[in-house]
Design a protein around this ligand. Structure first.
Ligand code: TRP
Length: 452
């Protein structure tokens, strides 16, 4: 590994914003609300929060600590401690390809809706009309691919320009803006008449709804939403200075991330009930519901335009973190030219994403067994690749690096890690066993689904 002086974040805030920028994205605003709808409401939310606290946050700390300790990105970090673990880097790259391939599909939808918001086409509270716009988009390969291409191009342009300029500066304005807007939308959504049913659906868990499937989706969603399991947080953590407090960072990012998801849930689900949409709608939920909420607000169109603009930025700060991981592998490990690599990798991911985009069109041939390519990429990335990556991260930090070394690293910045024993115990036993049980099930189901 060549020794290079590493950039540091220009401030602690820069790191937190960039890491939060990676974490907060379509996973929170688009995926969380619709997953709550599909997976049965409050019970899924409760399980999500449980997994977040006992698995997500401990692993976030593990990832950032591993990065800061080695001062290397995901590939070097594993390799520098144990050569046999270099394969985790390859897994991260594969994972990045698959996630970004379908992430850019949804990114494209957001761009198209932004355009529609400007032209005023979304201005309706009629469920049928709004569903029509979504179906119209889904049945037009031209629109889907064009907007997906634009989304990938935006991602590529930012990554070509390097980590700081791109990531840090844009997060500072957009993240707070997104929060403010989400809160305003949630306030409107919960005050619509008939929203109470939705609030209950979100908050009151019906534990009989918890199945292995729901558990799998909730855990996969924790990893997806926190950007854990493909090395983003290891890489970002490697840019942190030795004096930074890792504990507060590892807690504040998941807290911000979860707040964003919950507020997005409150912005979407109560409105679904109040305005007569279908809560189990699936991936289209946000796109058909939120325009109706805007249409019921004074100056709705302005809010609608601002919202989709903020979501574009939030998804770009996430997509650049995925592309960055893939690109830095070929640049750091294989010594290739950064610009060339970014263009090539970006183009390949775009190509890989086309079948995902087209697979949701009626009668599409992009299906494997009973799964559309879109769902397959989604399940493959969250439930299989990320969960595997998170499992390996856990084993690595707990048993190869050892929690003792990790705690030493955490305490080197003069913080008193009071819960060090609890964290070590979770990381050595509870997290790996829990994740393993779910993971085995995911492998089984995924294979079965392919052959159906
Ligand atoms: N966390 C992001 C979101 O919620 C998506 C994301 C960005 C991601 N980088 C990642 C997910 C790395 C997994 C791994 O939208």
């Amino acid at each position: 590994m060549k020794e290079v002086a590493r950039d540091k974040w220009s401030s602690k805030l820069g790191f937190v914003l960039a890491a939060a920028g990676s974490a907060i994205g379509l996973g929170n605003i688009w995926k969380f609300p619709y997953s709550v709808g599909v997976n049965g409401g409050g019970a899924y939310v409760a399980l999500y929060l449980l997994f977040l606290v006992i698995i997500g946050i401990p692993l976030m700390l593990a990832a950032i600590t591993l990065g800061r300790k080695t001062q290397l990105s995901v590939f070097g970090a594993y390799k520098s401690i144990d050569k046999r673990w270099s394969f985790v880097g390859a897994l991260a790259v594969i994972c990045g390809f698959v996630i970004l391939a379908f992430y850019s599909t949804v990114g494209g939808w957001v761009l198209y809706y932004f355009k529609n918001a400007i032209t005023g086409e979304l201005n309706s509270t009629d469920p049928a009309a709004l569903a029509g716009i979504f179906t119209g988009m889904m049945s037009s390969p031209k629109i889907l691919i064009l907007y997906q291409l634009i989304f990938m191009l935006l991602t590529i342009v930012i990554v070509v320009n390097g980590i700081k300029k791109g990531i840090e500066s844009s997060s500072k304005i957009m993240m707070p803006g997104l929060f403010i807007l989400l809160i305003i939308i949630a306030a409107r959504s919960v005050t619509l008449s008939g929203s109470m049913e939705g609030i209950k659906f979100l908050l009151i868990p019906d534990f009989s709804k918890i199945t292995m499937d729901v558990a799998k989706n909730a855990l996969g969603q924790v990893f997806f939403s926190l950007s854990i399991g493909m090395g983003v947080m290891i890489t970002y953590g490697s840019y942190l200075g030795k004096e930074e407090n890792l504990l507060s960072t590892a807690v504040s990012i998941p807290v911000l991330d979860t707040l964003a998801a919950l507020i997005a849930g409150f912005a979407t689900i109560p409105a679904v009930f109040a305005l007569g949409f279908e809560v189990g709608e699936g991936p289209g939920l946000m796109f058909i519901t939120l325009p109706a909420v805007f249409a019921s607000m004074p100056m709705g169109q302005i809010f609608c335009i601002a919202f989709f603009l903020m979501v574009i930025f939030a998804s770009l700060t996430s997509s650049i973190s995925m592309l960055e991981i893939c690109v830095s592998y070929f640049v750091d490990e294989r010594n290739n030219d950064r610009t060339k690599v970014t263009l090539t990798v970006g183009a390949l991911i775009f190509l890989l994403g086309i079948p995902a985009s087209l697979s949701l069109v009626e009668g599409s041939c992009f299906k494997l067994g009973s799964l559309s390519f879109f769902d397959m990429y989604d399940k493959l990335s969250s439930n299989i690749l990320l969960t595997t990556g998170a499992f390996l991260l856990c084993i690595f930090v707990a048993w190869v690096l050892t929690t003792k070394e990790a705690v030493k690293e955490i305490e080197s910045s003069e913080v008193d890690f009071k819960l060090a024993n609890v964290w070590s115990f979770l990381l050595k036993y509870i997290v790996p066993i829990g994740v393993f049980v779910i993971l085995i099930n995911s492998y089984k189901d995924f294979i079965v689904a392919l052959f159906q």
